[in-house]
Design a protein around this ligand. Sequence first.
Ligand code: TMP
Length: 240
Amino acid sequence: MERTEQLYEGKAKKVFATDNPDYVIVSYKDDATAFNGLKKGTISGKGVINNKMSNLMMQMLEKKGIPTHFVEQIDDRNTVVKKVEIVPLEVIIRNVAAGSFSKKYGVAEGTALLNPTIEFSYKNDDLGDPLINTYHALALGLATKEEIDTITKMAFAVNEAMKEFFKHLNIDLVDFKLEFGRFKGEIVLADEISPDTCRFWEAGTWDTTKHVSLDKDRFRRDLGGVEDAYQEVFKRLTGE
Ligand code: TMP
């Protein structure tokens, strides 16, 4: 499939039109940002890893009955996906306290949560993606009640599938962010699933005093070994 004009450039990806109006091509960059673009850098090889890993995750989830935007990988950095209308919500699922949850609620990072949690942020860079509840989302017209119910069910189903999947790779799935889109009247999982959007901790080696991050926290927190962490997750996934 041919890439035609560029439709959009985001922080980590570019989106191109194709000759099929139902499809676009996503092109993954090595650029990394954090804190709403305040911190900028490059993670060498990230685009290739995130592209291939996200595609593997989407295909695994499709097999579990979760509809996704995935169509076909073209090459190392480029993938054909359905042209969805993104629901402007960042959907975050957590299994273990970390990051903003730990800060907001005063819970040490590495505290197991008694049940998985879901939260929604309004996807709006100018506002810094503020946390909202479902009443806010409905009041602002960001999604319908039915869509929010579907998204919630799908997000928890993704969590169950991914937790199990990563357990076999000796990785604990601490939390992650999902985005959903509308395609021909259906809600589908969109965007990406990668070390940019998930917290992956080395299994069995952590408590509330220490953990080994295999994800973008190594970049956010200047922990070093960023490229190696991405490579390590990819190696466990594919053997490559
Ligand atoms: P948080 O603890 O900073 O709220 O992050 C929760 C999860 O969401 C974590 O796995 C990282 C991911 N995330 C993104 O993918 N994009 C973002 O812009 C933010 C803030 C978090």
